[in-house]
Ligand binder design. Sequence first.
Ligand SMILES: NC(=O)c1ccc[n+]([C@@H]2O[C@H](COP(=O)([O-])OP(=O)(O)OC[C@H]3O[C@@H](n4cnc5c(N)ncnc54)[C@H](OP(=O)(O)O)[C@@H]3O)[C@@H](O)[C@H]2O)c1
Length: 286
Amino acid sequence: MGKTVLITGATSGIGKAAALALAQRGYQVIVHGRNPGKTEVIRKEIIAESGNDQVSVVTADLYSLADIRRMCADIHERYSRIDILINNAGGLMGKSRETSQENFEKTFAVNVLAPFLITHLLMDLLVKSDDARIINVASNSHQLNAKPDFGDIQLEKQYNPLRAYGNAKLFLIWNTQHLVGQLQRDSITNVRAYTLHPGAVATSFGVGSDLGPILNFVSKLARSFFKSPESGADTIVYLATAENVPGKSGDYFVDRKPAKKSMKYFTAEREHLIWNYCLEQTGLHR
Ligand SMILES: NC(=O)c1ccc[n+]([C@@H]2O[C@H](COP(=O)([O-])OP(=O)(O)OC[C@H]3O[C@@H](n4cnc5c(N)ncnc54)[C@H](OP(=O)(O)O)[C@@H]3O)[C@@H](O)[C@H]2O)c1
């Protein structure tokens, strides 16, 4: 049986390009989107362009933990194994702090809590694979913009969209390495996890985010130099498909190579604190 890959945020940009590239390579692709109509259109497009009809759809609004739980229950009913989970959906919010219906800051909800919960809820399907890979799309913003406050993880006091985004991608990287440590302690050797920076990519990313007049102008100008979604998807597709990925599970990749992560705010205690915070916020307890 061929390999099954689930990719979140596959309705646009990097995720859509990665989904198409994997369908073209013959993978069974589960395309995630939040809008059923839009996601179905993308599914048909991918089938038409790839000639692979093993492309299906799951939907959830990733701001909502309840909806993620419903989607993962649906995945359990429809699939017996997942080989590759690509937590790609994410984004940069605007200059005013916004919360989800469940009262999570939206950057934190979609970039941190969603991949955390999806990974936990689908782990039983991933361990059934001989060579499972979890690929979490982070960003070099964890180096450029992160400034975490461990007493105010969701920035209730000093919100700034770039800081929230940098923090979220830093926490995503920490959660990935924490997961790898836990898998090793549990002697689970058939599941690896990676993070990556896709580069500066011309997608819908940040387009609707009102960062204020100066940053809006700078980001519009900079976009003309960005790479294509296909090129932005390259490291994701590489991590999903390469026989021998260099480096080790838990590494952070740029342009197909293991790269240095920011160590500026890292301590093992802080990594643990964020992990436990996510366990609590998602209602998962070990
Ligand atoms: N573009 C860059 O330069 C860049 C750089 C570094 C990292 N990244 C990361 O790359 C990943 C992909 O971004 P992109 O550039 O391809 O941006 P994009 O074109 O805006 O695509 C984002 C995808 O995530 C989905 N999504 C966002 N919020 C969601 C929610 N609440 N529920 C369900 N789906 C949601 C979007 O769905 P809709 O189609 O419904 O909006 C879309 O499919 C993100 O994690 C981003 O942080 C991007």
